[in-house]
Design a protein around this ligand. Structure first.
Ligand SMILES: [Fe+2]
Length: 322
């Protein structure tokens, strides 16, 4: 499509200057993934039908006194067509992981987009990319959190409101909290105050919009309407790997030596030394966090599209994930 004030080359359309910020700051563009035909109901249903158990997650939320609670579940043998109907009518969030292994035709779209970005902007060099397909309900929400890698969201169907907060604000993301995320002590979900919304950047995502944002910038997502379908891609750049190494080393300094890290610079000899130390300590398994089992606590209700059957706690079982 053609947008006034934008340049078109290949499959992505950036507003002026936005391609240079991809991989660093906030960058938005338009993409044509939907033209592949891979996102129709029939094609998605067939994909769900063949998705191995160890590569998908289905989640829902319930309201408790402490706020929204997340639950992991199982598709309960439902057909792909039924799952799509359930997601459309319920409050569900389906994540099909490891597109590279299970659905390379989707991974190819992402690879093509990154090749195009890196040809236009050689300073952006991505590595360690992993992509997942997200299919979520019209009213689904993703709570305030910070991701460890850089992330690009390729939105394809439905409408979403994306709330982005300042990664460098000690209020929105204190260093100690980010260290905990990087060390995987906490899930990526972190403390949030609705008053911060006044300072958030709001980005409404329409089909064909893509956005990538500064590494670790806290964000949350409200689906606005329609069945929402997106691909999300985690990736690192050399700069993002250095930031990861610095916060990993700072976090260990604070926890193991009781030292308050003063420097979060990602350039210079100190940053490099921290990255080397972080890599070595990670390999040695210092401060290895016990990963919690993902427990299956609900099943899709085969009789009621969008309905869920919550299991008594004694019937919760670990979910196999590869
Ligand atoms: Fe995220």
């Amino acid at each position: 499509m053609s947008v006034a004030g934008t340049r078109e080359r290949g499959r992505l359309t950036f507003k002026p200057g936005q391609e240079q910020s991809f991989g660093k700051g906030l960058s938005q563009c338009r993409h044509d993934f939907a033209d592949s035909g891979l996102f129709s109901d029939d094609t998605l249903a067939a994909l769900i039908d063949r998705y191995p158990r160890e590569y998908y997650m289905i989640t829902t939320t319930t309201q408790s006194a402490d706020g929204l609670e997340w639950h992991n579940g199982d598709l309960n043998g439902a057909s792909g067509a039924f799952v799509l109907k359930a997601v459309r009518e319920g409050r569900l969030w389906l994540c099909l992981r490891r597109l590279d292994l299970v659905a390379p035709e989707y991974e190819a779209l992402v690879n093509g987009a990154f090749e195009e970005i890196e040809t236009r902007n050689p300073a952006c060099a991505s590595r360690r990319r992993t992509s997942s397909l997200l299919i979520s309900s019209p009213g689904a929400r993703v709570l305030y959190h910070a991701d460890i890698p850089m992330v690009a969201l390729w939105h394809v169907r439905g409408r979403k409101r994306f709330w982005l907060y300042d990664a460098d604000s000690p209020k929105h993301l204190p260093d100690q909290v980010l260290e905990g995320v990087v060390l995987r002590e906490s899930e990526e979900e972190i403390a949030y105050d609705p008053a911060w919304d006044a300072e958030a950047r709001i980005i409404d995502l329409e089909p064909g919009d893509a956005v990538s944002w500064p590494q670790n910038a806290p964000h949350r997502v409200d689906n606005l309407d329609g069945l929402n379908v997106s691909i999300t891609t985690d990736y690192f750049t050399p700069e993002a790997e250095r930031k990861y190494g610095v916060y990993y080393a700072n976090g260990l300094m604070r926890r193991l030596l009781g030292v308050e890290p003063r420097c979060t610079a990602t350039h210079g000899p100190l940053a490099l030394a921290k990255c080397v130390i972080a890599l070595a300590l990670k390999k040695l398994g210092i401060h290895r966090v016990q990963e919690r089992d993902m427990l299956q606590s609900f099943l899709l209700d085969p009789k009621r599209p969008g309905g869920t059957v919550h299991l008594p706690r004694e019937e919760w079982r670990p979910i196999l994930q590869a």
